[in-house]
Each structure stands twice: as C-alpha cells, then as structure tokens.
Write a protein that binds this ligand. Structure first.
Ligand code: ATR
Length: 284
C-alpha cells in the first residue's frame, strides 16, 4: 500500500458543489501525469469558510478552486492577492504556499481567452466586444480582454447600475472605451450588429424556460458568439447565432482552460488539455 502521507490535496469549494466538473477535469490530468495528488469536491457552507480556509495547510492542501458563493467572500481569508484578482474583486484559485500563507488568483479570463484562441485563432485586439451581463464571470473575462486592447467594450446588463460600476472601475486603469447599453431589444439589436464578438456571461439559457436575451435577427455571419454556459451544450442563443452563420462556442472550453491555469499554479505542470477535453466529452 502506498504511503498516503506523500499525497497532496487539491479541491473545489462551493455550496452546493456536487455538480462541479472540476474533480473530473483535474483527476484526469493528475492521473495522466502520474502526480500523487487528490482532487475532491468540498461542500463548504458560508459560515464555515473562514475556519476551513485557516486549516488548509493542516490538511495537506496545496491549493483549492473556489466557486459560487465564495468567490468574493474568500478574499478576506487570504494573505495575498494577485494583481488581476484584486482588480476583478473575485478569486477562483487559491495557492497554499510552503510557509502556509494563501495567495488568491483569478484564472477565468485567461481560460476564456485560451479557449477562444484555440477554437477560432482570433485575437481581441481592435474588436468591438458586447458583453451580456455584468456579474462575476463577466468581470473576470472583461478585465482580461481589456488587456488585449479591443476597439470598444459594451456592457448590457439587466441591472444598469452594475454595468455602470464595472465601467467606472475598469475605465480607471485602461484607455479602451467602455460603454453601457440598454438590454431593450430596440437598442441592443443595433449594438449587436455593430459588434464583432458577443459574449453571454449571464445565467440566462441554462433553463428551457429562460427568456431570450437577443432575437435571432441580431446575429450575423461575421460574429463570434460565446456563451459561458456549458450545460446545456447549445443554448438557444448559440442555436440562433449558429443558424445565422455566426461562429459559436460554449463554456466548456473556458472551464477546461481556467482549470489548466489553476493546475499550473499548483503543480508547475501543463495540463494535457486535449486528453481532458476528450474524456469530458466522453463521460459527460
Ligand atoms: P456569476 O458570478 O456567475 O457571473 P452573478 O454575479 O450572480 O453570477 O451574475 C449573474 C449575471 O446574470 C448578472 O449579470 C445578472 O443580471 P443582474 O445584474 O441584473 O442580476 C444576469 N442575470 C441573471 N438572471 C437574469 C435574467 N433573468 N435576465 C437577465 N439577466 C440575468
């Protein structure tokens, strides 16, 4: 029998967390590279977050992923924040360093860009990018894309004040024009037609009864349309966009690539992304 004391622990904390695909992604990569680490899904209720985080080193954890509802609350439990995570205001990856201190990162934006580059060999530079939504997911991806100097970023969110505060915060550190738009179709259809990329970062589309954010006529063959949702694999938005000839991508690639960045932070190794993708498509 192997000496389990040599095994390091990784995991994803959330509440609930049983639906997470992260254990499947990371375990596939760890086994493929023959690394003696475990990765598990750990349900941590909000009132236990501080206590759990304080004991990470004691339980031999090298790192954790963080998902809903802890992405913002965990910041108060960390010793250091990577500059991007600080500006985004949310953490999805924590590294437990050898002295026991905890550093937070946000790999969502890198994951998004890697997935998009791999799918379409396209860059954000000089593009007009329309985001639907202004929550945590959009903050991470928008922050990353702004570093690529797109021509313009437009934020359309149901709650206009959230789009406005994102605009104000992010405009303070970059020169890319950011504007907010209404979610009313009359205005949004024209804005969508002007855009090069349309990115849905809302949760709308996960359920069959969800409303439509944009009508089919808003999509054109020149568009790249990305939905950060991966379940269902093809939302109504992606179906409509595809029918109009747009290039489409769901959130699975983003999920795998953000995981690959976390994996590298913890292990120093590259995740075998293609094998992980193949296994996920087969099993899920
Ligand atoms: P996440 O961290 O996954 O981004 P979040 O921060 O709760 O989650 O953000 C969810 C996003 O989906 C928000 O932009 C939200 O819009 P509001 O800011 O107006 O709440 C958007 N959203 C959720 N349900 C929606 C709906 N039925 N119609 C339009 N937007 C919706």
């Amino acid at each position: 029998m192997k000496n389990l004391a040599h095994y390091k622990h990784l995991g994803v904390i959330g509440y609930p967390v049983s639906h997470s695909l992260s254990p499947l992604i990371h375990t596939t990569a760890l086994r493929r590279l023959e690394l003696p680490w475990f990765y598990s899904a750990l349900p941590v209720p909000p009132e236990r977050l501080k206590e759990f985080t304080r004991n990470l080193q004691l339980f031999n954890f090298s790192g954790i992923n963080v998902t809903i509802p802890h992405k913002v609350a965990i910041i108060d439990c960390l010793d250091e924040l990577d500059e991007n995570a600080r500006r985004i205001g949310a953490v999805n990856t924590v590294e437990v360093r050898s002295d026991g201190t905890l550093k937070g990162y946000n790999t969502d934006g890198d994951g998004f860009l890697d997935a998009l580059r791999r799918a379409f060999h396209e860059e954000a530079k000089d593009k007009k990018i329309l985001f639907l939504g202004a929550g945590g997911a959009v903050r991470g991806v928008c922050h990353r894309l702004l570093r690529e100097t797109p021509k313009e970023v437009i934020i359309a969110n149901r709650t206009a004040s959230k789009a406005e505060s994102l605009k104000e915060e992010f405009s303070a550190f970059c020169s890319v024009p950011i504007r907010c738009a209404s979610t009313h179709w009359d205005e949004l259809i024209d804005i969508a037609k002007e855009a090069d990329w349309i990115i849905n970062g809302t949760s709308v589309g996960m359920k069959p009864e969800d409303p439509q954010l944009l009508p089919a006529e808003a999509f054109l063959p020149k568009h790249i349309v990305v939905d950060m949702i991966y379940s269902p694999p093809e939302t109504k938005l992606l179906k409509d966009a595809g029918k109009q000839g747009a290039k489409t991508l769901n959130g699975l690639g983003m999920l795998i690539h953000q995981a690959a960045k976390s994996f590298e932070i913890w292990t120093g190794e590259k995740m075998p992304v293609q094998e992980v993708t193949d296994r996920l498509k087969k099993l899920w």
